[in-house]
Design a protein. Structure first.
Length: 460
């Protein structure tokens, strides 16, 4: 168990809705005291230095075990999560075999225990047997085994009838349907966001409508199902377009039980990066050739992701959705791949970005640009995802609560780190921000009172 004293740091407690200068003391893994400073004691302490916040919760990550341990294992994924400041991670079920059987969940739990990591590994079960899209999986058995919801992530549930049944059954079990919104009939052969960049690069366009049609369908079905099954819940993951977010915003206003998450890369990157630009989304114009924004070679396969990097307008809509609460959480969609699957022609590369270790730094770039307050960024990584999971899986306040086991991340906004393959703990080196400096180096991650990650620095 961990002992830790941190003096004159910036504390962020989203559960209490409070932030400011303070000291914390952890003894034997318990958060013994939280002291908020004011007056002369607080002089010189601001949110640009060392920050202490609750441990982050990732609603969407892929650790590849079982079946593709060359890309990631439970152990390497949990270590990467701790390096990124995450103390709870929800794993998607597109493993081999898929998590459609309680025995697969048992294997994941055994691997997590064997890793020795205190980071908590939760998991979703599949919606359909084998993620085949034909028949529902044994949802009741998976719920009894302890899955946190149901998803066929990597593919949308193509059948509207199955979506209807899954929402009803999952709702009766008290769990959400987590849908990857994609109309596959519109994305066959698609490579990059449909628009100017894809056209110039000769890539097959991936239309926003493919996501928006699926979102509209899911919401319409939810509105009907919830009349008979009031506990039905829908969570839409890695939402990426302005149109989708507008549909979700209106559905929430109408009282539908829908939540959603967005990724750091859809907040801060655009399809310009595929062309070779490396400017952040808020500086993008949509035409990186006209203003000299191209700084590297086009077609970097680390940028191939599903859903694809979108336009600057879509990225702005994602940031606005985070600000106004339409987006409940930021989730990494951490998707590590081997070089064999990524170091190929862009259109043949596996979809996914290895992002659990860079999520904080990318999100802080949005904060540093003055587009999102630090407190809202922390909420989206802590209380937001906790609310989506519910008290069944997050059974204590996600905040700086005295007398509770410490679940904390300590990071330094005044310090930066250079992302490199060697610096990433994950086996997946498929990150588009390799070579870039990111602020907010994680100094320590404490999960359930135990040290999960520590940088070689003093904290007080």
């Amino acid at each position: 168990m961990t002992d830790l004293d941190i003096s004159r740091a910036w504390l962020v407690d989203p559960a209490a809705g409070r932030e400011g200068p303070g000291d914390i003391v952890v003894r034997d893994g318990i958060l013994e005291s939280v002291t908020w400073l004011d007056g002369a004691d607080a002089d010189g302490v601001d949110d640009r230095g060392v920050v202490v916040a609750p441990g982050f919760i990732d609603l969407h990550a892929h650790f590849r075990e079982p079946g593709n341990e060359d890309a990631e294992t439970i152990a390497s994924g949990l270590a990467a999560a701790a390096h990124g400041g995450f103390t709870t991670v929800c794993l998607m079920p597109n493993t081999t075999p898929a998590l459609d059987d309680p025995a697969v969940l048992a294997g994941i739990r055994a691997a997590a225990d064997a890793s020795g990591s205190p980071v908590r590994a939760l998991a979703y079960g599949t919606v359909t047997a084998g993620r085949g899209g034909e028949t529902l999986a044994a949802l009741g058995e998976l719920a009894d085994a302890g899955v946190v919801g149901f998803s066929d992530d990597g593919a949308g549930v193509g059948s509207a009838a199955l979506v209807r049944s899954a929402l009803a059954y999952a709702g009766a079990l008290g769990l959400p349907l987590v849908d990857h919104a994609e109309d596959a009939s519109q994305t066959a052969g698609a490579e990059a966001n449909d628009g100017f960049v894809a056209t110039v690069l000769g890539l097959c366009g991936w239309p926003a409508a493919a996501e928006e049609v699926a979102v509209a369908r899911d919401l319409a079905i939810l509105a009907e199902v919830v009349r008979d099954v009031p506990a039905a819940r829908l969570h839409l993951t890695h939402v990426s377009t302005a149109g989708s977010l507008d549909l979700i915003r209106r559905a929430k206003a109408a009282g539908l039980p829908v939540t959603c998450d967005i990724t750091p890369h859809h907040l801060a990157l655009t399809d310009e990066w595929v062309a070779g630009s490396r400017r952040w989304a808020w500086d993008a114009t949509g035409d990186p050739w006209s203003d000299g924004a191209i700084t590297t070679a086009a077609y970097a396969s680390s940028l191939r992701v599903n859903p694809p990097l979108r336009s600057a307008g879509d990225a702005a809509a994602c940031r606005e959705a985070l600000l106004d609460g339409t987006a409940d959480a930021v989730a990494t969609d951490h998707a590590p791949h081997t070089a064999v699957d990524k170091d190929v022609e862009f259109g043949l590369a596996a979809n996914g970005i290895s992002g659990i270790e860079t999520a904080l730094g990318v999100l802080l770039a949005v904060v540093d640009a003055g587009l999102i307050p630090l407190s809202r960024a922390i909420e989206a990584l802590t209380t937001g995802p906790a609310a989506v999971l519910g008290t069944r899986f997050v059974d204590r306040p996600v905040g700086l609560v005295e007398g509770e086991p410490a679940d904390l991340v300590v990071f330094d906004r005044s310090d930066s780190w250079t992302v490199s393959a060697d610096a990433l703990v994950s086996k997946g080196k498929n990150s588009p921000v390799i070579g870039r400096q990111l602020s907010g180096r994680v100094l320590a991650t404490i999960a359930n009172g135990r040290l999960a990650h520590e940088a070689a620095l003093e904290f007080s």
